[in-house]
Ligand binder design. Structure first.
Ligand code: ADP
Ligand code: MG
Length: 329
C-alpha cells in the first residue's frame, strides 16, 4: 500500500538582521494525534512558552469540538438532536457554518452529519462482518448537512431528527492548526509551521530567508523524494487511509464515509491538499476520498488557490493542473 510521507526540511540557521533567530520545535500528543510545532524566535525560552500556550489552545479547541467529551458543546448539540435547538458559542456556530459551506461546495461529500453512521464501522484494519443494509439505510437517512438548522440571532444549532449527529474528525485538526498559527502570529511569531498530524499550516520563512519546504516521499522508495513543495504562507494537509481501514468480504475500505451511501469509501489511499487555510484543506482532503480521483481532481481544478495530489489504490498519482511532480514513480 502506497502512502505519502511528508518530510519537513528545516535548515536550522541563525542570525538574521543582527538578531539570532532560532528554530524551536516540539512534538506532543493532542486530540489523539501527534502534533509538532516549529517556530522561529530569538528567545528559546519565550518560544517554548508560546508552544505551551499553543498546547493550551489545542486543549481548548478539543473541549469545544470533541464528540467523546460528554461535556463538550458538540456533545450537547448531538444529545439534543430531535429535542431542541442548543445554544453554542460564536466560535462553534461559525465553525459549523463554515463546515456547512464546504459541504455545499463539495455537494455533500464532506458532511459533518456523516457521524450518524460512524458507530456502524470500526476501522481497526481487520475483517468485519458487514452491518445489515437495513441498518446502513436507516443511518444514512439521518445524514444531511442541509437539515442542520442554524439560527444566527439566537446562536443555536438544531439537529432536527433523533439519531442525527455531527462530528469534527475531518476538519478539527485543520481548524486547530489554523487557530494556533493565528495565536502565534498575534504574539509576534514571524515564521513557523503547525503540524497537526499531517495537517500543516505554515507562515514566514526559515531564518536564512528561504521557504519552508516539504517533500513527498513514496514509501516504496523512501530515500527518494518525488516532489518538493515550498510552503509560502499556506496550508497543506495529507489524509490517508493507511492506518485506519477495514476489510469487508476481502475488500479494503478507507476510514472516510460516503455520506450518500453510508459505506466507507474505496479506491483512494491518500490525498494531499494545498489551500490558504488548513481547515479548508482538511475538509477537502476528506471530500476527495468520497469523490474519487477523476471527479476529485476536476473539482479541485475549478477552485482558486487550491491544489491537490491523490494516490489511488493502484499506486497511481494524480495531480491538479498546477502541481508539477518531478518524478511520478
Ligand atoms: P485523518 O485526520 O485521519 O487524516 P481526515 O481529516 O480525512 O483524516 O478525517 C477523517 C475523519 O473524518 C474520520 O475519522 C471521521 O471522523 C470523519 N469523516 C469520515 N467521513 C466523513 C465525511 N464524509 N465527512 C465529514 N467527516 C467525515
Ligand atoms: Mg480531513
Amino acid at each position: 500500500m502506497k502512502q505519502i510521507y511528508i518530510l519537513l526540511v528545516i535548515t536550522v540557521l541563525l542570525v538574521n538582521d543582527g538578531y539570532a533567530q532560532e528554530v524551536i520545535q516540539r512534538k506532543f500528543e493532542k486530540m489523539g494525534s501527534s502534533f509538532e510545532i516549529t517556530l522561529v524566535h530569538e528567545s528559546p525560552i519565550h518560544g517554548q512558552q508560546l508552544i505551551d500556550e499553543s498546547t493550551a489552545e489545542i486543549d481548548r479547541i478539543e473541549r469545544l469540538i470533541s464528540s467523546w467529551d460528554k461535556n463538550s458543546q458538540t456533545s450537547m448539540v448531538n444529545r439534543m438532536a430531535g429535542i431542541r435547538p442548543q445554544i453554542v458559542s460564536k466560535e462553534l456556530f461559525d465553525l459549523i457554518a463554515r463546515a456547512n459551506a464546504i459541504a455545499r461546495l463539495t455537494d455533500g461529500a464532506f458532511d459533518l452529519s456523516y457521524a450518524s453512521v460512524d458507530k456502524l464501522w470500526s476501522f481497526t484494519g481487520e475483517e468485519i462482518q458487514p452491518p445489515s443494509a437495513t441498518m446502513v439505510h436507516a443511518s444514512v437517512a439521518k445524514i444531511g448537512f442541509d437539515k442542520i438548522m442554524m439560527d444566527a440571532k439566537k446562536q443555536t444549532v438544531f439537529l432536527p431528527e433523533k439519531g442525527m449527529k455531527i462530528g469534527f474528525g475531518a476538519i478539527g485538526k485543520g481548524y486547530a492548526a489554523d487557530r494556533v498559527k493565528a495565536m502565534l502570529l498575534e504574539n509576534g511569531v514571524k515564521a513557523g509551521i503547525v503540524n497537526a498530524s499531517g495537517d500543516m499550516s505554515a507562515w514566514g520563512t526559515q531564518p536564512d530567508g528561504t521557504s519552508w519546504q516539504i517533500g513527498l516521499v513514496n514509501p516504496l522508495n523512501k530515500n527518494k523524494v518525488f516532489s518538493w513543495f515550498p510552503l509560502n504562507n499556506t496550508a497543506v494537509v495529507t489524509s490517508g487511509d493507511y492506518e485506519r481501514f477495514l476489510l469487508m468480504e476481502g475488500k479494503r475500505y478507507g476510514h472516510i464515509i460516503n455520506p450518500k451511501t453510508g459505506y466507507p469509501s474505496q479506491g483512494v489511499v491518500s490525498c494531499t491538499v494545498f489551500a490558504p487555510k488548513a481547515e479548508l484543506a482538511d475538509a477537502l482532503a476528506t471530500a476527495l476520498f468520497v469523490m474519487g480521483t477523476e471527479t476529485g481532481i476536476n473539482f479541485i481544478d475549478q477552485l482558486p488557490n487550491v491544489e491537490a495530489l491523490m494516490i489511488n489504490d493502484k499506486g497511481k498519482i494524480i495531480t491538479s493542473k498546477n502541481i508539477a511532480v518531478d518524478e511520478i514513480n
